[in-house]
Design a protein. Structure first.
Length: 101
């Protein structure tokens, strides 16, 4: 996969969206012959140092980013009443707008 790099990757530091440790991501990228890999965790850069160190060990160029929730300039339209989840679950309110930097 030389010349290809994933540019939107979440690690286990992205609560509910990623599971792999930054070291695992770098190792798998190197195994597949990737020369670069981005880490864009949701709303945090907590794993950036571990990711940089792992990429240096594996010979993969790290690309740093973040997947951020942003607030709209205009207020959203009134929402309909949401149904209560079954079996004691909980609704997760996701921000409507996100941007990857």
């Amino acid at each position: 996969m030389a010349g290809f790099a994933h540019l939107h990757v979440a690690s286990g530091y992205s609560a509910r969206y990623g599971a792999a440790h930054p070291e695992q991501l770098a190792r798998r990228a190197a195994e597949r012959g990737m020369t670069a890999l981005a880490l864009t965790d949701r709303d945090t850069v907590t794993g950036a140092v571990r990711f940089a160190q792992a990429c240096a060990r594996e010979g993969v160029r790290p690309v740093f980013g973040v997947d951020l929730a942003v607030q709209a300039l205009a207020p959203p339209p009134p929402a309909l009443r949401r149904r209560t989840p079954a079996r004691g679950g909980a609704h997760v309110v996701e921000p409507p707008l996100r941007v990857v930097l």
